[in-house]
Design a protein. Structure first.
Length: 348
């Protein structure tokens, strides 16, 4: 009897903790993938080829997920939806993931993970521009959003412009730090972050027209794969397509990127948003900074500078201020709707 009760409590505890566990593992997988790509880039392997092969696997995984989970609810595919999927693939795969992967040749994955935490902030600014969000300057929520935007921007500027002294020295004698022109790396990263922010704005509109998220993402991944393959065909030499497996590191990176990061990650995010909402899912983004910092410092042996630590803290504080303001605004709106709905029933 006690055993059955214990099993019931364990099962209930697992159900409650599943969103926390899966979202944490999702950020960990992404941070490991970024570090692996950074290591491969430093060894001379073409990052463009990695993106192409990774998205071939991702397209297969997403297509299988769409077949099993959206078989009965998938609307008919029209030419308009195909055009949307093509443009979404251009933003999310060709401009975002391809450029972010190439940027790892010039900046570390820790810096890139901090930049990725700017996506919600930039998306909010774009939503203001396209009138998908409202900003009331005199309200508490409006002030929190303004301060959140300002603090995040200050953190990003500190990250780019101020390196600062070494806080944590390299733990290993061999370092896999990205080398090259860091300015070019930041340009690629900024364009990639802006592209995925535009994608976030577009996907809100497209999902209303075509409410089959996994199928839509599979088509987006398919078109993105073709686009990146065309770009790589002009940029990369033919010999670079024959990957040196490097003790299984390349294969591990491709499988992790194609199956977990690009494929299953989207399903986890979609499921968690349905269970807990988008704000809860976004609040796990700063774990990417933490995991990337730990992996870079204690596994790859990179040094941590004060500028990156201060910049990361400011970006995260600004992000949580923005998320708090949005959550508070949504709760207030729901209460207002509830009051207006119930008021005729309680009035005499």
């Amino acid at each position: 009897m006690m055993t059955m009760e214990l099993q019931r409590r364990l099962a209930m505890g697992f159900q409650i903790s599943k969103p926390y566990l899966f979202l944490t593992l999702n950020e960990l997988a992404l941070s490991v993938f970024l570090v692996l790509v950074e290591s491969l880039a430093s060894s001379g392997i073409s990052t463009l080829v990695i993106v192409v092969y990774e998205h071939v696997l991702a397209t297969i995984v997403l297509s299988l997920l769409a077949f099993f989970f959206e078989k009965n609810k998938r609307p008919p595919i029209t030419f308009k939806i195909l055009c949307y999927a093509f443009f979404m693939g251009l933003l999310q795969v060709t401009l975002c993931q391809m450029l972010l992967t190439m940027a790892l040749q010039y900046i570390s994955s820790t810096y890139e993970s901090i930049a990725l935490n700017m996506v919600p902030t930039i998306t909010f600014v774009l939503a203001l521009i396209f009138h998908q969000e409202k900003l009331r300057f005199r309200s508490i929520n409006g002030q929190a959003k303004i301060w959140g935007l300002g603090i995040s921007l200050g953190g990003a500027l500190a990250l780019v412009l101020w390196k600062g002294p070494v806080v944590v020295k390299a733990m290993l004698s061999i370092s896999f730090d990205a080398t090259g022109d860091s300015v070019l790396g930041w340009i690629l990263t900024i364009v990639g972050v802006i592209a995925t922010s535009f994608w976030n704005i577009l996907v809100r509109h497209v999902i209303q027209i075509y409410p089959a998220e996994i199928s839509l993402t599979a088509m987006m991944s398919f078109f993105g794969t073709i686009q990146t393959a065309i770009v790589a065909a002009f940029v990369v030499s033919s010999s670079a397509w024959e990957l040196q497996w490097d003790g299984g590191l390349v294969l591990t990176t491709l499988l992790l990127g194609g199956i977990a990061v690009t494929g299953l990650s989207y399903y986890v995010m979609t499921w968690s948003i349905g269970i807990k909402g988008p704000v809860f899912s976004t609040s796990f983004n700063p774990l990417l900074v933490l995991f990337s910092f730990l992996l870079n410092t204690f596994v790859l042996g990179s040094s941590a500078h004060l500028g990156s630590i201060v910049g990361a803290m400011l970006v995260i504080v600004g992000l949580y201020l923005l998320l708090w303001a949005k959550t508070n605004a949504v709760e207030k709106k729901d209460m207002d709707v509830g009051d207006s709905t119930c008021s005729p029933l309680i009035q005499p």
